[in-house]
Design a protein around this ligand. Structure first.
Ligand SMILES: Cc1cc2nc3c(=O)[nH]c(=O)nc-3n(C[C@H](O)[C@H](O)[C@H](O)COP(=O)(O)OP(=O)(O)OC[C@H]3O[C@@H](n4cnc5c(N)ncnc54)[C@H](O)[C@@H]3O)c2cc1C
Length: 465
């Protein structure tokens, strides 16, 4: 017998009293929609979807769930790629999408205060109006900040600025018991006792529900330029990345694409990129507050490219041209999905080992007859290996996929890498966790989980559960 309670008609009524009848739904289409995310996992429909509008409502929902031992799965926009938001034990899908207010842009303290359902693209738009930048920039613009914080999302600006964790200064969160805690604040420094805030960031909705966040902002650089560079090998591209760093230029983005990805983007967007005839490409983006600053960086980058025998360099200096190239990079997950059945591995390795990882991944692709397109946040060592079915038949593809994923993860771990650079463990990567962390670390994590959630009602079945 399950240790969990079911959502009975009585519980449904009490939940509707908390959030209002229009904010609970057991309509088939809502259950279906809230049972999937962007991973390739099968649907796990919840018994009920609940849409709270305030911290008080989230707290009351959790008090009731705690009393009845009902599993609750927090959800943002469900753009996650690791199945983290899927209600695998049924119960309530707690969608934070209606808590979507940008509460404050504080120009004196350079902080934003937001509710968890705010979409990253909306925060970017709002901060820009103030001449400010919230640097984390995960590839999916419609992800929510609650989801970004809970997965410690990364993105293309990781090389220069870091990841979501580096910008979260304060959190309000609801514990599985329903108690509300407030951590940090508009503080740049905070060395007071254990950092619970850092435990909650990246905990994939298993420790607490984020209901408000205080995020650090930076002044937005006024100018940017982007260079698109073909190479005749992955290794030449990767060595160029190291050389750029050695010459003390820190691009805000440095992305790697193989030719297969360039061709796939062209097919999907129905337009050509400046070149598609070489095995490997880098996108190098620099920023600064004056034209002169940009020129100086481009000059150094140009010198490196000449020294490294790059085959060409296409400079996009207008916003429109840069946008065109970024669209090509950002569309790739959707583009591959449009033409093949796919899965993905989001390993991160030390930056200098990227060529070794890519060579290992290419050997795996050849061995198993799949397409593996390695898209690198080359500046920070995070490589998204998109595994596409290619011509494999209905029996071979599902039977070899776990082996392919396992091999890619092994390649990364042997180089001192990690199984997830930014998408999280969720459901899809939990079987590989032991191999990276070992029993002692996982036991410590289990104890932490128990301290936050002794009844294991918050997002059960994830990470190591
Ligand atoms: C095309 C594409 C490109 C992508 N590119 C990137 C990228 O460059 N970098 C990157 O990091 N990710 C990327 N992602 C993955 C995804 O967008 C991120 O993981 C994002 O952070 C998920 O946000 P979400 O609101 O969709 O969260 P969801 O998918 O809804 O949830 C993700 C996890 O967070 C938990 N959660 C959500 N909200 C809360 C909350 N308020 N409190 C507690 N827990 C919560 C959920 O339980 C779940 O475990 C990409 C996805 C796609 C489809």
């Amino acid at each position: 017998m399950s240790k969990y309670g079911r959502v009975t008609p009585e519980t449904r009524t009490r939940l509707a009293e908390i959030v209002g009848e229009k904010n609970v739904s057991d309509a088939e289409e809502d259950l279906e929609k809230h049972g999937i995310d962007e991973s390739l996992e099968p649907p796990y429909p919840p018994e009920l979807v609940v849409f709270p509008a305030s911290t008080e409502q989230v707290s009351a929902v959790m008090k009731l769930a705690h009393e009845k031992r009902i599993p609750v799965t927090p959800q943002g926009s469900r753009t996650g790629l690791s199945g983290g938001s899927l209600p695998v034990r049924g119960g309530v899908a707690l969608s934070l999408e209606k808590m979507n207010k940008i509460i404050e842009i504080d120009e004196e303290n350079l902080m934003a205060v937001v509710e968890p359902g705010v979409l990253i693209m909306d925060l970017h738009e709002e901060t820009e109006k103030h001449g400010l930048l919230y640097p984390p920039d995960p590839g999916q613009d419609s992800g929510s900040l609650g989801g970004n914080i809970s997965t410690n999302a990364g993105g293309v600006r990781g090389m220069k600025y870091g990841v979501t964790r580096d910008f979260v200064q304060g959190l309000e969160a609801v514990l599985p018991s329903g108690e509300v805690i407030s951590l940090g604040g508009k503080l740049v420094k905070n060395s007071t006792a254990y950092s619970l805030i850092d435990l909650i960031i990246g905990s994939e909705g298993t420790l607490a529900i984020v209901t408000r966040a205080t995020l650090r902002l930076v002044p937005k650089p006024r100018h940017t330029a982007l260079v698109y560079v073909p190479f005749d090998s992955t290794r030449a591209a990767a060595e160029t990345v190291s050389e750029i760093v050695r010459r003390k230029v820190v691009p805000f983005a440095l992305e790697y694409m193989p030719r297969h990805a360039v061709e796939t983007a062209e097919r999907y967007l129905e337009r050509k990129l400046p070149d598609n005839t070489h095995p490997a490409y880098l996108l190098i983006s620099v920023e600064g507050n004056s034209e002169e600053e940009i020129e100086a960086q481009l000059e150094t980058v140009g010198e490196v490219l000449a020294d490294m025998e790059a085959l060409d360099a296409y400079v996009a200096d207008t916003q429109a041209r840069q946008q065109h190239l970024w669209e090509a990079r950002k569309c790739l997950f959707d583009a591959y999905k449009a033409y093949w059945e796919i899965d993905e591995v989001d390993a991160c390795v030390p930056r200098a080992r990227i060529p070794d990882y890519i060579e290992g991944a290419e050997a795996t692709a050849e061995r198993h007859g799949v397409i593996i397109s390695n898209l690198g946040h080359a500046g920070d060592g995070n490589v998204h290996s998109i595994i596409a079915r290619g011509d494999l038949d209905d029996e071979t593809w599902p039977s070899i996929l776990p082996t392919v994923i396992g091999e890619l993860i092994d390649v990364a771990l042997k180089m001192g890498g990690t199984i997830s650079g930014e998408h999280g463990v969720g459901l899809t990567k939990k079987q590989y966790l032991q191999g990276q962390l070992g029993a002692t670390q996982i036991d410590l994590m289990r104890e932490i989980k128990k301290a936050f959630d002794p009844l294991n009602i918050l997002n059960p079945g994830k990470v190591f559960d």
